[in-house]
Design a protein around this ligand. Structure first.
Ligand code: UD1
Length: 342
């Protein structure tokens, strides 16, 4: 029998790409989403890409405890991947309670529900944000975490701890993997699914593509006086499909009982630092478009430089990021053109 994975937040940017990769790897997927930050189009396009018109969809909010428990009773899940969360850093500073309530309660409900049915493999979508401004780069999974810069970041750190403690107390019935994502960018090669920020994008690549297409007037590069080779910040930009594939390797590892500890942590990055300026130049070059940009003040809360040491994921998961930054930037542009109907 095929193994079934619950993807909470499965209609969002990362969740939709993960759903595609899981289905293509032969897993059954139940997508659950409350559609608070996406619409049905993306889910419909996942069906088109995979040729699967019958993907089960549950419109639920995991903050609703009864609904969360209900879904675990309705299906049997071999693993759950939890994405359902708010993710705008700035908004989380302005509305911390909204973030703590949503991101913590939804995850607590998933874990309670998993416990109630006798346990489950749980994969949590964490973030490199837990490393703060690291003293040494690249960061390994043993690099100490730092106090988060925002309530959003704090919810990632807290959910990591919640999963670790729950696994420890579960007597082996709940196993966990924490994937710490670096900067996911790009879109599916089909250009049917991609990142769709509501309102003004906070993240760099959607801002670049929206400026290039004319939705935004000018990209601000936040600071060129950082102690880096070209003065702009360094990040580890990882292709969304590469990132999605890491989830397939991780759930397979859990289901096949290959974990070395009951709760494991992996960095999901490329190991390749790229500066903001390099990314902007690469975007213009590979897509042959001119970008209107200016140098602006630093953005409060930004770290100077962070990139992953992905050795552990490479070795233990047998996964490696494969797509070049250039190809990923082409996919991001193809997605923006698709949205514009071009
Ligand atoms: C941000 C969040 C991080 C979150 C991640 C999700 C902050 C401080 N961090 O990471 O917690 O997990 O998004 O994807 O918000 N930049 C510009 N101009 C722009 C936008 C960004 O120059 O209009 C620069 C930033 O200064 C940064 C780089 O581009 O150096 C990447 O920024 P962004 O895409 O927002 O990601 P992070 O800040 O790394």
């Amino acid at each position: 029998m095929k193994k079934t994975v619950l993807v909470s937040g499965g209609a969002g940017f990362i969740g939709s790409h993960v759903t595609v990769e899981l289905l293509q790897a032969g897993y059954e997927v139940v997508v659950a989403d409350n559609f608070s930050n996406c619409d049905l189009t993306c889910f419909e396009d996942v069906k088109k890409i995979t040729g699967r018109a019958d993907i089960p969809l549950e419109k639920i909010d995991f903050c609703d405890e009864a609904a969360a428990k209900g879904i675990f009773k309705k299906y049997h899940f071999d693993a759950v991947i939890h994405f359902a969360a708010f993710k705008a850093v700035g908004e989380s500073v302005a509305e911390p309670l909204k973030y703590y309530k949503n991101n913590l309660v939804s995850f607590l409900n998933v874990l309670e529900a998993a416990k109630e049915v006798g346990g489950c493999n749980v994969l949590f979508s964490s973030s490199a944000t837990v490393y703060g401004e690291p003293e040494k780069v690249p960061v390994t999974e043993d690099t100490p975490r730092q106090p988060a810069m925002s309530p959003y970041g704090n919810t990632k750190t807290m959910c990591e701890d919640i999963l670790q403690d729950t696994v420890k107390a579960s007597g082996g019935t709940i196993k966990g993997i924490l994937l710490r994502y670096f900067n996911p960018i790009g879109a599916h090669p089909s250009a049917l699914i991609g990142e769709l920020p509501r309102g003004i994008p906070n993240n760099l690549v959607p801002f670049i593509t929206q400026t290039a297409i004319g939705k935004r007037e000018c990209l601000s590069i936040f600071g060129n006086d950082y102690p880096t080779p070209d003065g702009t910040c360094l990040r580890d930009y990882i292709d969304i499909v590469d990132l999605a594939r890491a989830h397939v390797f991780a759930v397979t590892r859990m289901m096949e009982g290959k974990m070395k500890k009951d709760c494991e942590i992996f960095n999901v990055g490329t190991g390749r630092p790229v500066s903001v300026m390099e990314l902007v130049n690469a975007f213009q070059k590979v897509n042959n478009v001119k970008l209107n940009y200016k140098i602006a003040a630093r953005r409060p809360g930004d770290v100077t430089a962070i990139w992953a040491d992905p050795t552990l994921a490479n070795k233990e998961l047998g996964w490696k990021a494969e797509r070049s930054v250039e190809d990923t930037l082409k996919s991001a542009w193809a997605w923006e053109l698709h949205l514009a109907g071009k």
